[in-house]
Design a protein around this ligand. Sequence first.
Ligand SMILES: NC(=O)c1ccc[n+]([C@@H]2O[C@H](COP(=O)([O-])OP(=O)(O)OC[C@H]3O[C@@H](n4cnc5c(N)ncnc54)[C@H](O)[C@@H]3O)[C@@H](O)[C@H]2O)c1
Length: 325
Amino acid sequence: MPDRVIVTGGAGFIGSHVVDALLAAGYEPVVVDDLSSGSRENLPADVRLHRLDIRDGDSLGKVFDQTRPRFVCHQAAQMSVSRSVREPLFDAAVNVTGLLNVFDRASRTGCERIVFASSGGVLYGDVSEPVAEDYPAAPVSPYGISKWVGEKYLDFYTRERGLSGVALRYSNVYGPRQNPHGEAGVVAIFCTRMLAAQPSIINGDGKYIRDYVYVGDVARANLLAMETSLPEAFVPLNIGTSRPTDVNELSQRLHRLCTEARESAELSGKVPKSSHGPARAGDLRSNLVSYAKAEHLLGWYPQVELESGLAHTVRWFAEHRPELV
Ligand SMILES: NC(=O)c1ccc[n+]([C@@H]2O[C@H](COP(=O)([O-])OP(=O)(O)OC[C@H]3O[C@@H](n4cnc5c(N)ncnc54)[C@H](O)[C@@H]3O)[C@@H](O)[C@H]2O)c1
């Protein structure tokens, strides 16, 4: 019998790639997702999906009792910073109470390790050099605060309940299946607009530096974080590339790739160059993470270069959103 892994948020962007990586490694992934932003289509047909909200502790408890997973990969979250500012209670209900439901059920049903999707961007804030995990966390938004609290709770469960935990602090993740309708996910937003030859807007001067990491690399990090034996019960690890890219450069690369995709599909109409709009309040100027600790402890490092990751992403959006091309 293959080992079971519960993936919360497994029908979403990153979670569905974790599911693919688990299947390839011979595990049986079991997905818990309310499909609020994820989709059944992101999953292979034979993967079991329990459609439920992690705030519903009783239903979640039944799934854990039935499944008795060896590992839990907690990706489900309310992940809009602006919604967290408008509705901090909703953010905490999903990202704190829902998370506690998951951690608590996991600890009662024999789970060995929980891997939790945290965030480098919201914990470290504005930093001009890649920072390590011991850089002081200073979350500002309720979303950032709830990610920080989630890590603290994971640390608590590892000390009190005999399981181990890894918090993966992702930088900016991009790749196939990313939702282009959210506020984040600039690659997905630009891809869909540019492939449809629609104008795209860069916020402010576009000199906003980010650390873009390909989703396949992130999925591999999740698998390694489950399987690798670690020196401490709770370990936070940055997952990023340490490579700075600003939004202007990203837009230029995507413009070229989307233009080529339209030309090879023999579509008429030029892809407009992005124009600049007003700056968005609260956007960080620069955010980069160091992945040295993940490399040291997991043997993980980013394998997909930005250019090939973007090319792969453009191809996926061109194939899967044909009405836009
Ligand atoms: N995308 C990034 O760049 C990034 C960066 C840092 C951290 N993260 C974290 O990674 C995780 C996955 O993000 P993603 O980009 O794949 O987003 P996503 O929206 O594609 O995935 C989240 C999934 O969780 C599900 N979900 C949301 N609320 C739920 C609830 N109450 N009950 C059950 N399921 C629920 C959604 O339906 C969706 O399938 C999140 O925890 C997010 O905070 C993402």
